[in-house]
Design a protein around this ligand. Sequence first.
Ligand code: ADP
Ligand code: SF4
Length: 688
Amino acid sequence: MARDPRYDVLFEPVKIGPVTAKNRFYQVPHCNGMGRSYPSSMAEMRRVKAEGGWAVVTTEEVEIHPSGDHSPWMGGRLWDDRDIPVFARMCDAVHAHGALAGCELNHAGVMAANRYSRDVPLAPSHIPVAMPDPVQARAMDLSDIHDLRRWHREAAVRARDAGFDIIYVYAGHQLSTISHFLSPYRNRRSDAYGGSLENRARLLREVLEDTRDAVGDTCAIALRFSVDELKGPDGITSDGEGRDLVEMLAELPDLWDVNISGWENDSATSRFKASGYQEDYIRWVKSVTSKPVVGVGRYTSPDAMVSLIKNGVLDFIGAARPSIADPFLPKKIEDGRVEDIRECIGCNICVSGDNTFVPIRCTQNPTMGEEWRKGWHPEKIAKAHAPESVLIVGAGPAGLEAARALGQRGYDVTLADRAQDLGGRLRSERLLPGLAEWGRVVDYRTWQISQMANVETFASSDMTEQSVREFGADHVVVSTGAHWTRDGIGRENPHAINIIDGSNILTPDDVMAGQRPSGPVTVFDDDHYYMGGLIAELLSKDGFDVTLVTPSTHVSEWAHNTLEQHRIQARLMGMGVKVMLSHNLIAVAPGTATVACGYTNATTVLEVESTVLVTMRSPVDGLYQVLSKASLPNLARIGDCLGPSTIAAAVYSGHRFARELGEPEMGNVPFRRELPALAPVIDSERQL
Ligand code: ADP
Ligand code: SF4
C-alpha cells in the first residue's frame, strides 16, 4: 500500500551539518544492556532499526575514558583503538540500509564509581559519587579539564574511524561530566569554569569546538541537552538558564537533541506521564536556533508526529521506546500500514534490562534483544513446515502472542478463552489507575489476529479435557495463566501465615473483580513490583484507610528498575497511605493484622478490618495437568501457567513457543553466545 499523503512531511530529507538524514525518524541514544558485553547483539539490534526505516540510529552512551567507567552498566566503550571494531560493525550494518549512525560519547564523572577501572572519579567539585559506593569524586583542576577535552577529541576521532556520521556531545540527564559542570546543582567552582552560566558552559563550548575541529569536516556534531532538570531553582530550568544556554550556543552544534533531566523524567512511564509531556519544556527551542531539533515524547501516532513538524516544534521525531516496541514504525507509516504499528505501552521493562545488567527486553516486542542471539526478526518468521492445527486455551498475553505468531507462520490456529473478552490478566489490569496504555498489548494482538483468515477466536469457551479432546487439534497449548494466592506464602514467608477463621482476606484478583474491604485495610506487598502499590492507590482513591506493609525498604522496590519507584512512593504518601517498611505480616485475625519488624522482630498489631495479600501467584494449570496425565500428545504450556512472571515474560513465552514449534531443538543453550576472545597467556614472572 502507498503511504497516506498526510504523512509525506515525515519522509522529507533533513540536512544535519555535513550529512543528510533520509527522513525525519530519529532513534535517539538509548541503553540496551548489551553494548560492549554483547556487541553482535547490539549491532544486529541497531541494524534492524535501520532496516525498519529510521533515518538515524544512534548508540547508547559510549565511555571515552577509564576515569568515566560506568560498570556494571553495559554501555559502549571507545577507550582506545581496540574498541573501534565493535562500532564499525554497527555502523556498517546501519549504513547498509541507508541510515546514518550516531555515537553518544560520554564521560560519566560523578555518576560512575569506576568500579572496574578503579580510577578516582572526576567532578567539577569534590563530592561523593551518585552510586551508593563509599567513593568520592575529586574536583578537576585545569590539567584534568585539559585531559578530558583530549579524551573526548580522541574518542571523536575513533568514532569517526568506526564509521559514525553524527558525533554527540552529551550534556544531558545529569549523566555526564559536561552536564555536571553546566548545572548549578553540582558545580561549586569559583574559577573560570564555575559561577556564571557562561563559565559553567565553558567546558561544553570547548568540547563542542574541539569535536568540530577533530571531525566536523565529515561528521555532524550533535548536542544532547536537558533544557530542564526539574529541580526548580537548584538546577537548570526551561524558562531560565535552559533557554539562555540554547541562545548562547544556538549555532554551534549541527543538531540539538533536547529533553528534560534526569532519565526518570525523560523516560517517564505512562502510569505517570502522558505521551508528549515534554513538549511544554522544549517547544521554544526551534525559535532560538536555525539548526535542526530532535525531541522525544513516546510518540507512536503519525498524526501527532505531523503536527509536531507542521507546528514548528521539532524537525525530527525522536524515539527510543517507540523504536524498541516497533523497530519498523517508520516503514509501516511509509507502507500505509499505520494500524500495524506495535505501540509502546510506556512500562519501562526495556529500561529494567539495562538496570539489571542484562540484554534489553520489551513487553510489546518479544524479539527485542533477540535479533542476533536467536535470529528473531520483528516482522519475519519462518513458515510452518506442515499444515497443522493448534488449539490455544487461554487468551492472555501469552496465548494472544502465540496465536498471532503461529498465525503469521501459517498454522491453523484456534484461540479459546472462558472469559467474555480476550486479554487475560490485562482485562482487569488495564483498568488499574494509570495502566490504560498497557491495554495496547491486547489491542495490537487482537487486531492482528482479526486480520488472519487462519486464526479463529472463541470467547466464553470454557475448555475441559473432554472439549479439548473432541476438538482434535494437532497441537494443544495451555496458557491459562495464574491467580493470586491467599495463604501469605511468598518471598518473606515460605510457609502459610497464621490466618484465623473469620478474617477478611482479599487478593488483588478480588479487588480487581470489584470486591472491597469492610473498613480500614492493610495491603501486604511481598511482590515488590507494581501490584501492591496500585492496590493501595486504588483503595485509597475509593476512600479506604490504607496501610501498606512491606518487608522491603522501599514501596514497590523493583520499580527502581523501571524508573518509577520514587513516583509511586511519593504518590502513595501524598494520598495519605500509611507506609510500614521493613515489616513482615505474620498473622491475621478478625479486626487485626500483626506485623513484625524485619530487624528486631518487635510486633505491632494493626486494627484493620481487611487484609489484601499481594504475595505470589499460583499457576492455573489444572487443565494442563489432567491432559498431561492422560498423555495427550503434542501438549505444551506457556506464560503464567508455566511460570508466573511479568507480562513481558508471558508475551516472550508465547512468541518463543510459536517460533520453536516444528523446528529442531537447539540443545542446552537455546541461543547464540558471544564468548570473549582469550588474550595470550602473560609471562607472569617477567611481568613481576
Ligand atoms: P498469561 O499472562 O500467561 O497470558 P493470563 O492469566 O493473562 O495468562 O490469561 C489466562 C487466560 O486463560 C484467562 O483469560 C482465563 O480466562 C483463561 N482460562 C483459564 N482456564 C481456562 C479454561 N479452562 N478454558 C478457557 N480459558 C481459560
Ligand atoms: Fe515501551 Fe514497555 Fe517496550 Fe519499553 S518495554 S519499549 S516502555 S512497551
